[in-house]
Design a protein. Structure first.
Length: 306
């Protein structure tokens, strides 16, 4: 048997390291003190090194003990998570989800997604944070997130979840006061509002594509940039200029006439959607279930004709 084969020995060692006192650990684990001491000695014998130095007042880890402690914590955490997943699979999903989403989608589509998931799994609770910087949210302990834009961080797992269709829109007043637009280049001198953030592309150029045509790139000098598409929609409604916005956000405005499509045959390249989660952890059942649910929901919700 290797020193890492017996989780009971490792659990006793971690408790001793945390407490520094065998008597106190024995009481908390409801074990006789000699039994706990024998487990520590057995672990040291298996390892072939001294793990704990004892003096009259307290116990201290050796250098080897410090190294083993980190690995022991990781192994026990995985064992506990495995036990939890087995329990969840048998009793239904339970527990708390820490979720995040990109700023605008989180307030609309993602909130509806979470509501449906929680209604289908009444044993689960959730909290939602907003951020356009997904890697930082995972580092801060979030379980999963739904994000729009390119994912460049390989420390997370990104599950594809559809695409956001985008096109040019402006208010009827802005369109009426300018010459008729026949090609993308005619829009270069218009007042532009653009989306900032590296994952969304260059905020000082607009790429457009159309069926059976080469893509075209417009160089623009924005009168305003924003991290959120909702704020861009509001300034477009106020007649500030033109912008590329997602279909899901402006559908109702197009029907009501508050906004109009400009060059309706031309679209901006769609932005990918991903459900992301930590690549370094084995996920509890509730997280795995949410990731699968979110990917299916977003793919369906964002489907629309180009």
């Amino acid at each position: 048997m290797t020193p890492l084969d017996d989780l009971l020995l490792l659990r006793a060692f971690v408790c001793i390291a945390d407490c520094g006192n065998i008597s106190a650990v024995a009481r908390s684990m409801k074990l006789p003190q000699p039994t706990l001491s024998r487990r520590l000695k057995l672990l040291e014998d298996h390892c072939g090194v001294v793990l704990v130095r004892r003096d009259t007042h307290r116990m201290h880890l050796t250098e080897a003990g410090e190294r083993l402690l980190e690995d022991a914590r990781a192994m026990l955490s995985l064992a506990d998570e495995a036990q939890q997943r087995l329990h969840e699979d048998q009793t239904g999903l339970k527990g708390h989800l820490r979720l995040f989403a990109t700023i605008d989608g989180g307030q609309f589509t993602i909130s509806r997604l979470i509501a449906r998931f929680l209604k289908a799994n009444p044993g689960v609770t959730a909290e939602l944070a907003y951020s356009n910087r997904p890697a930082r949210m995972i580092e801060d302990g979030c379980d999963a997130g739904v994000v729009v834009g390119e994912i460049t961080d390989d420390s997370v797992i990104a599950k594809p979840a559809g695409k956001v269709v985008r096109y040019l829109v402006a208010s009827p007043g802005v369109v009426a006061e300018r010459p008729a637009v026949k090609k993308p280049a005619d829009l270069e001198a218009w007042p532009w509002i653009t989306l900032s953030g590296a994952q969304f592309g260059n905020s000082r150029e607009v790429v457009l594509t159309a069926p059976k045509k080469d893509s075209e790139t417009i160089k623009v000098s924005p009168v305003m940039m924003s991290e959120g598409v909702t704020s861009i929609r509001e300034v477009l409604r106020a007649g500030l200029g033109i912008a590329v916005l997602p279909d899901w956000l402006v559908r109702e405005d197009l029907v009501s006439g508050k906004l109009r499509r400009v060059l309706p045959l031309w679209n901006a390249p769609p932005l990918p959607i991903h459900v992301i989660y930590n690549s370094q952890r084995v996920q509890p059942a509730r997280v795995r279930a949410f990731v699968a649910f979110a990917a299916t929901y977003m793919t369906t919700e964002m489907h629309t004709a180009d």
